[in-house]
Design a protein around this ligand. Structure first.
Ligand SMILES: NC(=O)c1ccc[n+]([C@@H]2O[C@H](COP(=O)([O-])OP(=O)(O)OC[C@H]3O[C@@H](n4cnc5c(N)ncnc54)[C@H](OP(=O)(O)O)[C@@H]3O)[C@@H](O)[C@H]2O)c1
Length: 178
């Protein structure tokens, strides 16, 4: 069974974007950014995005954000015409369960919070990698939406970069009755 890894940037206070979906305040240059891009190239062969995450790139004309990966966007709408994107309108958890059973590299969960929450609720996310940026948003879109119960994590590693970014890597502990 291959892993699903939620790999995301956040403010120190735990927000992945501002409420209006503007993403500003994160550091985009430095060793953490270089290593992140290398990781996207080497560690994964598939990326999952919620519709609103995919829409974020559209405002900059980016229709094919990760061309070297197999790209899935979860949406009830069928208006994405980019041939390199597969739109999934069926139940995300059933789809991801099947995807994880296929052979291949780890699966990159790009975001956003809504999709991540569904997959966390169904115990499908194995690891969470957060690039904690030295910035406070005060409000915004959190790493997850409301969860029905807490999920215990185990710290795997924590790396500090010279620019103040921390890369914090957790394993999601299996549910107790699993
Ligand atoms: N900081 C970072 O590294 C990072 C990374 C990724 C995203 N983001 C930010 O996160 C924000 C988006 O997060 P978000 O939580 O608002 O939205 P999201 O999870 O990206 O997308 C939500 C949409 O995806 C579809 N979807 C997701 N889960 C579903 C489910 N369980 N069942 C059916 N459809 C589902 C639906 O699309 P339809 O409405 O079309 O049916 C839903 O409206 C953006 O601002 C983006 O820039 C930040």
């Amino acid at each position: 069974m291959r892993k699903l890894i939620y790999h995301v940037a956040a403010s120190l206070d735990g927000f992945i974007a501002h409420e209006d979906h503007i993403v500003e305040g994160f550091l985009n240059e430095g060793d953490h950014a270089t290593e992140y891009l290398e990781s996207l190239k080497n560690d994964y062969d598939t990326v999952l995005m919620g519709r609103k995450t995919y829409d974020f790139g559209l405002q900059f004309g980016v229709t094919n954000p990760y061309p070297w990966l197999k790209q899935y966007v979860f949406s009830s709408r069928q208006d994405i015409t980019e041939p390199n994107i597969s739109v999934i309108s069926s139940d995300p958890s059933e789809f991801v369960t099947r995807l994880k059973a296929e052979t291949g590299k780890s699966i990159y969960l790009c975001g956003g919070a809504t999709l991540a929450t569904t997959l966390l609720e169904n115990h499908l996310i194995d690891e969470i990698l957060v690039k904690i940026n030295p910035v406070l948003f005060g409000t915004g879109i959190g790493l997850t939406r409301a969860l029905p119960a807490f999920l215990a994590l185990e710290l795997k590693s924590c790396k500090t970069y010279a620019n103040g970014v921390l890369l914090v890597h957790h394993i999601v502990k299996p549910k107790l009755n699993a």
